[in-house]
Design a protein around this ligand. Structure first.
Ligand code: PRP
Ligand code: URA
Ligand code: MG
Length: 217
């Protein structure tokens, strides 16, 4: 399975990743959300290079211009709530895409143990389309796994792009095991080595949902 790790390439994307990680900067919620969105925009641009293109003859005021544009039918799916600004970044570039939303949250049994609960899905049919599942954080990979299973109740996509900002190595390994090898690409801005006993990514950035939208009770 192809894994694209943007931290291996020097680009301005790394500046935005450094700001969302940085304790001196990340508490500015507006900046945090906008940085997540900007990373989504850059990732969308890079991802678009993998799509299928055909030439269309575009009528201009002065003649006909052949332009190669993508033909993929895109569905951008996001995992609430931290996925929202990331989703918006993709949607800014893929403005013709259809959209899906899945809720997934950790319901704690005690301070360490939790189950992931999915209670809501709003999605079009995804048969034979290009499915992009966006979630900025992949820690255990369980939210992504259950959200993907929920999406499969809406059909079977032709290809899948799993887009994340910070992924743990464990989550990458997990996703490689559960997503179809021949039609999945994983995109991430960085891969961090470990998760702690609370299943938070280390060094990670903390809680992306809380940093974007405030703490939950
Ligand atoms: O890989 P996992 O171990 O499943 O963890 C990653 C999940 O945790 C975060 O969501 P969270 O449950 O904190 O919900 P929130 O977006 O509402 O904060 C994040 O956005 C992922 O969905
Ligand atoms: O590190 C983590 C793990 C889960 N959710 C987050 O927002 N961050
Ligand atoms: Mg959270």
């Amino acid at each position: 399975m192809k894994v694209v790790d943007f931290s291996k390439t020097n680009s301005i994307l790394n500046q935005y990743v450094s700001e969302i990680r940085n304790v001196e900067v990340q508490n500015d919620r507006l900046r945090f959300r906008r940085n997540i969105e900007r990373i989504g925009e850059i990732m969308a641009y890079e991802m678009s290079k993998e799509f299928t293109y055909s030439v269309k003859n575009i009528r201009t005021p002065l003649g006909i211009a052949p332009v190669s544009t993508p033909d993929n039918q895109l569905v951008i799916s996001t995992i609430l709530r931290a996925g929202l600004p990331f989703h918006q970044g993709f949607l800014s570039y893929f403005d013709g895409a259809e959209n899906a939303f899945v809720s997934a949250y950790r319901k704690y049994k005690d301070t360490l143990k939790f189950d992931i609960h999915i209670e809501y899905i709003a999605s079009p049919r995804i048969d034979d389309k290009t499915l992009i599942i966006t979630d900025p954080m992949l820690a255990t990979g369980s939210s992504m796994e259950l959200s993907y299973q929920a999406m499969l109740t809406k059909g079977h996509p032709a290809e899948i792009h799993v887009a994340s900002i910070i992924a743990s190595q464990q989550a990458i390994d997990h996703i490689k095991n559960i997503f179809p090898e021949n039609k999945t690409t994983i995109w991430c801005a960085a891969i961090d080595p470990e998760i702690n006993e609370h299943s938070y990514i280390v060094p990670g950035l903390g809680d992306a949902g809380d940093l974007a939208y405030g703490e939950k009770e």
